[in-house]
Design a protein around this ligand. Structure first.
Ligand code: GDP
Length: 477
């Protein structure tokens, strides 16, 4: 188990977050005499994570002469006690001097900090989010304690901050190496406050992508129960390693299979929880979410298996949403294609539904196949490799800046109150998924339609279709 602290200036939403994490379980575990009542500590839960949370919000009601001093002291104590701190700011208000004060405190403590830009629902939070990015705590989480947005991102950030084994309570349980090994991405973290970030690009040491084909590629196979995941995996690895059958109620644990395809090392993750583990529907759904999260978390590419005879059920849409938010590379496999009579009409219908119901993964690669007969499985693997490659893409800063000049010339950003918004500089902050940073004279003045234009052009010009793509605007002259 682990402990986190919630810190931030008054009114950023600490209490709302605290209450959301603690829910009805608000049991004060830290109310022994002598312990200051300024801090509240309680058992918290976030999806599949369980931990203790310390809140410093009580201070706000204290109306004390030296409120700031006490707040500082309390925050310091909370940070010391905790394994990681959730640092809240108000995305609508942007970064204030008081926020900066807390930021300094947190930097000095030298413990993991997760920057949460709260009240980020809707468009009004965008500007603050970009400012938050520049604080140097890594990518801020766009959060809404009120609306429950950013939950999955927060969960991931917590796991990253305290370590997989610890976060998931697996220290002693020991383990399934495959499951807790986690993400070993080597993306360097850009610290936007670091001056080196401002270096003028230098054509000479401007490295293009190196796509590493030696590491095992991690693929998760997800989908509703009976979509045909196990059958498909068996066919893929050509071995009856997984238990499958028509009767509901077959259970087994999450599993990974090592395998090779055309010389590439591959690790397949299946999702046990999405099978019928329990009779009680409610229980099943809880399991599905947590286990699905895990498989998706560990994977680079996620194959979403749809039963083509009953596609686009509610659960399918939830799974897709999760994958999109996690930033994994998705592939849709329309399975049981052998059962489809009018293949062309069905395909048209599926494409139409996919565009309409799954806008969050627009341009996703889709494949029709039969896990049972094996027809289409090679096509699936080709699509997986393509998506993986795009997801890992690195584009050089020189290319990006030539591109930026081009798109700006073609379609200049609009003027806001008489002043033109100018895009100065573009760089790829990370890959997996491709994430770009554009420096802009006034990010708050740039309409969303223009950001959308930039994203579309990026996809078009660098062939970045079918994977999530992120773009951050950063203020800079
Ligand atoms: P899982 O729960 O997603 O792992 O699904 P299973 O692999 O256990 O498959 C569920 C049922 O669908 C089984 O009865 C399979 O035989 C059947 N099935 C799986 N794939 C196909 C397929 O491509 N075509 C047909 N006709 N049936 C399939």
């Amino acid at each position: 188990s682990f402990t986190i602290a919630i810190a931030g200036r008054p009114n950023v939403g600490k209490s709302t977050l605290f209450n959301r994490l603690v829910g009805k379980r608000l049991a004060l575990v830290d109310d022994s005499p002598g312990v200051t009542r300024d801090r509240r500590m309680a058992d918290a839960k976030l999806l599949d994570l369980k931990f203790k949370v310390i809140d410093t919000a009580g201070l706000e009601e204290a109306a004390h002469e030296s409120l700031e001093g006490r707040m500082r002291q309390q925050t310091e104590m909370a940070i010391l006690e905790a394994d990681a701190t959730l640092f809240l700011i108000d995305a609508r208000a942007g970064v204030t001097p008081l926020d900066e004060g807390f930021a300094n405190l947190l930097r000095r403590a030298g413990k993991p900090v997760i920057l949460v830009a709260n009240k980020a629902e809707g468009k009004r939070g965008d500007a603050g989010l970009y400012e938050a990015y520049a604080m140097g705590f890594g990518e801020p989480i766009a959060f809404s304690a009120e609306h429950g947005e950013g939950i999955v991102e927060l969960r991931d950030a917590l796991i990253e901050a305290v370590g997989h084994a610890r976060a998931l309570g697996e220290e002693e349980a020991g383990e399934d190496e495959d499951v807790i090994e986690g993400d070993d991405e080597e993306d360097f973290d850009i610290d936007p406050s670091d001056d080196t970030f401002e270096i003028e690009f230098d054509e000479e040491d401007d490295v293009e992508e190196e796509y590493d084909t030696t590491k095992p590629m991690r693929i998760a196979i997800v989908g509703r129960p009976n979509a045909g995941k196990s059958t498909l995996i068996n066919t893929m690895v050509d071995e009856d390693r997984l238990l499958t059958g028509p009767e509901a109620g077959i259970t087994r644990d999450s599993i990974s299979v090592e395998w090779e395809w055309q010389g590439r090392q591959i690790k397949l993750f299946d999702t046990a929880g999405m099978r019928r583990k329990a009779r009680v529907q409610e229980k099943l759904e809880k399991l599905s979410v947590a286990d699905g999260l895990r498989a998706v978390q560990f994977a680079e590419v996620v194959v979403i298996v749809f039963d083509a005879t009953i596609p686009f059920e509610k659960q399918d849409l939830q799974i897709v949403d999760l994958i999109a938010r996690e930033g994994r590379a998705p592939i849709i496999a329309y399975n049981k294609w052998d059962l489809i009579k009018d293949k062309q009409a069905t395909l048209n219908e599926l494409h139409e539904k996919c565009d309409r119901l799954l806008p969050q993964i627009r341009g996703v690669r889709t494949v029709t196949l039969s896990g049972q007969t094996g027809k289409g499985v090679d096509k699936l693997m080709e699509a997986v490799l393509e998506a993986h490659k795009v997801w890992n893409r690195r584009i050089s800063t020189s290319k990006l800046n030539r591109w930026l000049d081009g798109v700006q010339a073609h379609h200049p950003p609009p003027a806001v109150s008489g002043r033109r918004v100018r895009l100065k500089y573009a760089t790829q902050a990370k890959s997996r998924p491709p994430t770009f940073m554009v420096q802009c004279s006034r990010p708050e003045g740039l309409p969303t339609s223009y950001t959308r234009y930039l994203i579309n052009e990026l996809r078009e010009d660098f062939d970045l279709w079918g994977v999530p793509l992120r773009l951050f605007l950063r203020k800079g002259e």
